[in-house]
Structure formats: C-alpha cells, structure tokens
Design a protein around this ligand. Structure first.
Ligand code: F6P
Length: 320
C-alpha cells in the first residue's frame, strides 16, 4: 500500500476534519502518500483529487464542516458510477480508500468493496444511526448544540407559560431527540422507535400544568413528523399556547466537542491501519471503550441500529 485517499460524503458532521487530519498524519507518518477527494463520490467520479500534506490539515481539528467538502450523490448507487469511480482511483494510483460519512456513504464503500477495491468506512453523521458503533462522529457535538438552544427555549417558555415542540434532526432515527430530551428535562420525547399517542402526550402536558409547571418541552424527532404537523394535532385537544421551533441545520455546524475530536482521531488512525494491514471492506466503530472493526457489507445488510431506548423510560420516570 503506497497511496491512499480519503473522502467525506453525505451530510457533514463535526469531527470529520479531525478524522481527515488523523488519516493524513498517520498515513504520512507511515510513509504513505495521502490524497483527498473533494465533494465525496461526485468528486471521485469527476476526478477531483488532490495530494494532502501535513500542513493541509494543520489548524483543522477544531473546525466544523469538512475541508474536503461533501455532496449527496445518488448516482453512485449505480454500477456505472461505481466503475467510473474505480477508474479514477486507478488513474491516480490509489491503492486504498477511506470513506467518512453516513448510511449512503457506507453503501458506496460496500459497493466498492464488492468490486474488489479496498475501502474502509468511518461513521460520520450527526444522526448516530449507523449499525456497528455506539457513536458516530458529530452526534455528541450536535446534541450539545441542541441542548444550548433548548435551555434558551425553556427560559422563554416559562415566561409565557407555553408549550414548545422542538423538532430535531435524525432522519429516521430518534437518537438526537432521545439524548437531548433527557438532557433538557423534556416532558415528552417523541421518536420513531417508540409508539406514542397524542392522548399520552396531552396527559403529560396536563399533569405538569396541574403541578404548577410553567413550561412544556416536547422533543420531537423529524422522523416521526414535522413540528408543525405535531402542533396541529396537539391543537385539536387544547390551545396549550404552543409554539414550534425547528432547529434545522444549526445542528450540523460548529466546532466539534472534545469527544468528536477524539473519536475522529481514533477512527482516522485505525482506518489507515486497516488499509495497511490489507483489510479492506471494514468499518471502524466504538463499543464501550473499545475500538471495533466490522465487515462493512455485513454491517449494512444484516445489522440494525437502535437508539439507547432505556433513556426513554428513564425520562418518563424523572421528567414529569
Ligand atoms: O443525515 C444528516 C441530516 O442532517 C439529517 O439529520 C437530515 O434529515 C438530513 O441530513 C438533511 O439533509 P440535507 O442537508 O441534505 O437537507
């Protein structure tokens, strides 16, 4: 293995730069040449490659976003796109690839692996929805960003005795809503992985109000429905002085937390080691304090991510 490449794809996530930096530094430390591919798989197919030096990744560990830029590129799901990508990788003399991203990025990595190109995946998405790892890069920063906002929302909710529906990201996963729900003391957490009824949510609001609570926070995962739709349903029961806050893309930005910087460094370092050991078709992750290595195809095809659902019950029993 002489020359490796790294790309970021899908939604950006804080900590991606820490992972890129680790790939570049570990690669160069071991005598490899490291290339960056701009704009994910779209850039791969277009041949947008550049050699990265130690200095290119200086001063990046604390920066949000991704210095390699990112893109969603559904065309890479087709064999034609994958073969074009491999052609470019070969043209630039690349022997192994590291892909940092979420579900779609892993699918691209698995496809390249099936076509025989050594590829290692690093889980990078704020959604925390990748199987085979407890945490993905960006999740920790995102939940801290959400908490900062919800603390502020609570101030104004209390002043006006209002109910706030806070819609958070996560695509089809409830991790962000779950962790920030418990972390902000939300009266209700509504996530795709748990069935709920509006009657239940209404009862939670009413119980709090009966005990003199001046605010209600409902943490809603976007995978269930939109905040406005939820508020509309709530309005059928009572006015509740409901307001909706959609936190949106603010959740994807910002300087990575300590945890995401460390995770990014560990993931990047180990991904390079995997390629050096000739182990393509792997994705790295963490389980507890251990770094783990899973087969990327098996992870995608046979494993399922589930959020830490014990948090749901804990919240029910402590945030009423
Ligand atoms: O996957 C990350 C994510 O931020 C999801 O939480 C969200 O549903 C989606 O990306 C938004 O995508 P886009 O930035 O393309 O609108």
């Amino acid at each position: 293995m002489k020359r490796i490449a790294v790309l970021t794809s899908g939604g950006d996530a804080p900590g991606m730069n820490a992972a890129i930096r680790a790939v570049v530094r570990k690669g160069i430390y071991d005598g490899l040449e490291v290339y960056g591919i701009n704009y994910g798989y779209a850039g791969m197919v277009a041949g947008d490659f550049r050699r990265l030096t130690i200095d290119d990744v200086g001063d990046t560990i604390s920066r949000g976003g991704t210095i390699l830029y990112s893109a969603r590129y559904p065309e890479f799901a087709k064999r034609e796109g994958q073969l074009k990508g491999i052609e470019q990788l070969k043209k630039f003399g690349i022997d192994g690839l590291i892909v940092i991203g979420g579900d779609g990025s892993y699918r691209g990595g698995a496809a390249l692996t099936k076509l025989g190109f050594p590829t290692v995946g690093i889980p990078g998405t704020i959604d925390n929805d990748i199987p085979g790892t407890d945490y993905t890069l960006g999740f920790d920063t995102a939940i801290n960003t959400v908490l900062e906002s919800v603390d502020k929302i609570r101030d104004t909710a209390t002043s006006h005795i209002r109910t706030f529906v806070v819609e958070v990201m996560g695509r089809n996963a409830g991790d962000i809503a779950l962790w920030t729900g418990i972390g902000s003391g939300a009266e209700s957490i509504v996530i795709p992985e748990k069935e709920f009824t509006m009657e239940e949510v209404v009862a939670e609001i009413q119980e709090g109000r009966a005990r003199g609570k001046k605010h209600t926070i409902i943490m809603l995962a976007e995978g269930v429905m939109s905040g406005n739709e939820f508020a509309e349903k709530l309005s059928k029961f009572d006015e509740f002085h409901t307001r909706v806050t959609v936190l949106g893309h603010v959740q994807r930005g910002g300087s990575p937390s300590a945890k995401d910087r460390v995770l990014g460094s560990i993931f990047g370092y180990n991904a390079v080691k995997m390629l050096e050991e000739g182990k393509g078709g792997i994705c790295v992750g963490v389980k507890g304090d251990e770094v783990v290595f899973n087969d990327i195809i098996d992870t995608l095809e046979n494993q399922k991510h589930l959020p830490l659902l014990s948090l749901y019950q804990i919240n029910k029993e402590i945030s009423f």
